[in-house]
Design a protein. Sequence first.
Length: 608
Amino acid sequence: MAAPKKGRRSSGSQGRPGRALVAILVAIVALTAGMFISGHTKPRLGIDLAGGTSFTLEAKNQPGKPNAINSDNMNTAVNIIERRVNGLGVSEAEVQTQGDKHIIVNIPKGMDAKQARTQVGTTAQLYFRPVVTYTDGKKTKPTTSPTPTATGTGKNNNKGDDKGKASSTPTATATSGATGTPSGSSASSSSQGRAVSEGLKADKTPSASESPSASSSPKASETPKATETPKGDSAKADDLTKQLADLECTTPADRAKAREKAAGAKPGDSVVACDRDGTRKFILGPSQVEGTDVKDAASVYDSQGGGGWIVELNFTGKGGKKWAKVTGELAKQQPPQNQFAIVLDGEVYSDPRVDESIVGGRAQISGPGFDQKNTSDLANVLSYGALPLSFDIADETTVSAALGGEQLEAGLIAGAIGLALVVVYLVVYYRGLALIALASLAVSAVLSYTIMVLLGPGIGFALNLPAVCGAIVAIGITADSFIVYFERIRDEIREGRTLRPAVERGWPRARRTILVSDFVSFLAAAVLYIVTVGKVQGFAFTLGLTTLLDVVVVFLFTKPLMTILARRKFFASGHPWSGLDPRRLGAKPPLRRSRRSTAPAPADPKEA
């Protein structure tokens, strides 16, 4: 008889239930300590509870594309804007269409609204344009020369915030492009630059002979004469030169005007544009590579190439071929016309220089001035910059949390009433067993709260009204698991077994039922999370999380605690207030063997 008893004690948590309780206690202590160490003791709230900023984007008709505003393009724009905003670390940001040509973007409070507005507002197409020339960002007087030559050597004369280099591999020798203010003025001549009209033509068919040397005048066989320049190109060059001289980039209002004008140009047009901080202004040639040609981009730390943050680009198949052709042409030019400008919404984000053709569909942009922030911003622009439509920010409003606070208060009151009813039911029907259920609910609540708090800074999880509803619904799911287990134990007692065997025999059947029920709930939450967007995802995420925690609590707390309490006299003796009184449950009397029943049965004689 001793061997079976020992075997029963070694199975499951009956023999050592204290270990499971210690494990879940350690988990609670660790999560609580992590919450205080991180400095976050309250869950991060969504826009409906904490307030925030709401943007309304209005789609614009593009030249030559009268039917561009359709449901497919609007849905694509929603996905890109959502990824772009989440790329800034924003979570629970709601991006959804409203009507035929509007997109609503809601960003919760606590995020950098100015930075988010900049990223949300930069909704034009992304282009890679060759640099023809650039100069200081201030407005200059018109020059007497109709075709001023580019100044500057492509070297860094000031700061290197946007300094970068383009290369096919981390060990390539391509150098970084100009990022500072070039020396001299736009009217001066430079042996390393060419006339604007020549730079515009070089975008299509550049050749080594088109770059004049510094020591001699260009020959007719090497460079077209001034009289050979088509009148259209000459007029275009004169117009761009005048625009460059008149352009002012030093104030935000002036940059906004320049950005709007450059963003409205066609990809095949040459444009005049400012950089982001207004220190320089550019003449840029027609685009030959667009943002749709970029497959993805990422900000990484280059530990093998001497350290420092870089941006890695991957192009599509067609984009890689375009990129190889363009970089091969740019590499033949002299600074600054061997640079390309990354232009988003008519504004130059960066202008790295190319020294060789980049093949293979991969490239890097790096520089001494790069840090994690500006490489992340640039990678985010490259990854999510190309939208199928152009948008204007039609409205920007600050969302108050007053209405959400009232709804939250009403929801919490409803949840408290529901919890109170559950407690009353447990106490009236299960009596002493209600203590186990309430303790399990308390453990589940502590785990849910600490995990939600830590998920805020961890993955950007924000608690909104639907998420609160998911947590309230989870109370019923958790209580249902306890009820299943308690009823299995009571069924065993009704069959005439004592409490300790009933606890162990009822657990396997209850365990299967609990796992199946929780799996169905988790599957529903997962499907709901995948196929929905916005606030409904908060409900699905919370429901799935609490469902997983229900399994953890039942296995590591409820079952071990029940095993321990089954050894206590109050429960083991079937006290009327224990909830396990055999007489109240209508238990069958235990089968007792009499002395007569122990005698051999005479029904099987040897003679037979």
